[in-house]
Design a protein around this ligand. Structure first.
Ligand code: ATP
Ligand code: MG
Ligand code: MG
Ligand code: MG
Length: 477
């Protein structure tokens, strides 16, 4: 079953069951607390919080999502994409657990000929929050899942929160057993690779408010009503329904992956290191295309930095795969547009603009690498001529400041020549520059003009740390 058909079926099922079909919102979140939409419920947040009255009591959507936290998982697990689509059904104070649980089960197990997904019920496992007797009873008595395929899990796995202040609640998840070839027996508690999480039913009942710590948002109390928010991963469903090993081999991502293999002359399935590289490229080129389509432009901050980071990671991986510095992004963005246009026809009309943005960034980064590499080589020779094995922090800083060389790249290139890098000095110089910039800005009461596109890439904490250069290998960490 094609990806587009899975989405269509999901929406049609819930529409038949009284839900209003709501189009996906842009990846650029209206919610100021979020950089990018990371779940299907995000556009509905004000309804759950009771801040706005929903125009419908039930809704369903296929929402575009980007999870920056999952970028480092891409290609290494079978199930994490940086861009993915979340299918969902939502109840705003209408049905609660007793409605959501049977609906989900029916859609998954209903025969394909009757509009369902035709899963074998025996291969489905469910989890519930550790004290949620109500949900467990519904699974056992209303749906008929045997007790041995129901597991109870704690806050980390079965209490869903946005990651920012907002609605939250205990959840119940559905997993598909891919079989002994994929790992250990024992349900999702034992092995989340074998038991693939496909659908999360969240019982939105509480609210988290602003908290003292960055990631610590205390539960304020109950929401005005009891709601349902569910999220099914479209790419994961596609992997299961298309009988492939992982989401990167499905009809959409697989197309980009195959193109990347053709262009670089690398055979997919030949070597685990290059397989990870190809998956990363496929995933990242799709994500970049979708981000640009929604109006994100490469930059040094926030969303722009997410985009820049994944584009550079793609370029870096393509160079390692092909052993050349040929430009492949245009071709791969074109493939991504082709792969996604069935679901998002606007991509075709927007293709020229998408290419312009991506091509410009590719040229930009190529220039960065070219000029920076010359300076790097001179500095490395000087270091060795002086009988030292340590690349100076001042040179690393200049590479960063003038050429926008991320420190990870300098570290990697130095390593290739048997040199270490004086990172302490590098960081001190970075800090001094920041302090000076702040003082100047205060003095002028004006923002400090950004003289170089690539300067200050690594500013502002580890949150936006560029990991692309160390992240290629499947097991580098
Ligand atoms: P996992 O534990 O596998 O990382 P999750 O628990 O973080 O998933 P949820 O927040 O519950 O995921 O999101 C709801 C659904 O969205 C998941 O059940 C899954 O099907 C899908 N999903 C989540 N993250 C991704 C991703 N990075 N790529 C593809 N699908 C995803
Ligand atoms: Mg996750
Ligand atoms: Mg999970
Ligand atoms: Mg989950």
């Amino acid at each position: 079953m094609e990806t587009a058909e899975i989405a269509r079926r999901f929406l049609a099922y819930f529409e038949t069951n009284g839900h209003t079909v709501v189009p996906s919102a842009s990846l650029i979140a209206e919610d100021p607390t979020l950089l990018l939409v990371n779940a299907g419920m995000v556009p509905f947040k004000p309804y759950f919080l009771g801040q706005r009255t929903p125009p419908y009591a039930r809704a369903t959507s296929a929402q575009k999502c980007v999870r920056t936290k999952d970028i480092d998982e891409v290609g290494r697990t079978a199930r994490h994409a940086s861009f993915f689509q979340m299918l969902g059904n939502f109840s705003f104070g209408d049905y609660f657990k007793e409605g959501a649980i049977p609906l989900a089960w029916d859609l998954l197990t209903r025969p394909v000929a009757d509009g369902g997904f035709g899963f074998d019920a025996e291969r489905l496992w469910v989890t519930v929050f550790h004290d949620d007797d109500e949900a467990e009873t519904l699974w056992r008595e209303r749906v008929g899942v045997p007790a041995e395929r129901i597991q109870r899990r704690g806050m980390v796995d079965n209490f869903w929160s946005m990651g920012v202040p907002g609605p939250c609640g205990p959840c119940s998840e559905i997993y598909f057993d891919r079989g002994a070839a994929y790992g250990r027996e024992g349900g999702p508690e034992a092995d989340e690779n074998r038991y693939l999480e496909v659908w999360n039913l969240v019982f939105m009942q509480f609210e988290r408010g602003p908290g003292p710590g960055k990631d610590d948002y205390p539960i304020l109390g109950e929401l005005p009503s009891k709601n349902i928010d569910t999220g099914m991963g479209l790419e994961r469903m596609a992997a299961l329904l298309q009988g492939v090993d992982n989401i990167y081999e499905t009809d959409t991502l697989g197309r980009i992956l195959n193109r990347a293999a053709d262009l670089t002359g690398v055979r997919y399935g030949g070597d685990s290191r290059s397989d990870v590289g190809l998956r990363v490229v496929a995933d990242h080129m799709r994500t970049a295309t979708m981000l640009v389509a929604d109006g994100v432009r490469p930059g040094n901050e926030k969303r722009g930095y997410v985009l820049r980071r994944i584009l550079r990671r793609s370029i870096r991986n393509l160079r390692l795969l092909s052993g050349t510095d040929a430009h492949y992004l245009h071709d791969l963005a074109e493939t991504a547009i082709d792969a996604m246009a069935g679901q998002y026809p606007g991509l075709r009309t927007d293709a020229d603009r998408i290419h312009n943005v991506i091509d410009a960034e590719e040229r930009n980064f190529a220039d960065t690498l070219r000029s920076g590499t010359a300076l790097f080589n001179r500095a490395a020779e000087r270091t060795k001529a002086a009988g030292s094995a340590e690349f100076s922090g001042a040179d690393a800083f200049q590479l960063h400041d003038t050429y926008g060389f991320p420190i990870d790249l300098t570290l990697e290139m130095a390593g290739e020549q048997g040199l270490s890098v004086d990172e302490d000095t590098f960081r001190r110089l970075m800090q001094e520059q920041k302090d000076t910039a702040k003082r100047d800005a205060r003095a002028k009461k004006l923002g400090n003009a950004d003289i170089s596109t690539y300067a200050r890439l690594l500013d502002d904490s580890g949150a936006t740390r560029f990991l692309g250069y160390t992240d290629h290998e499947g097991d580098a960490r």
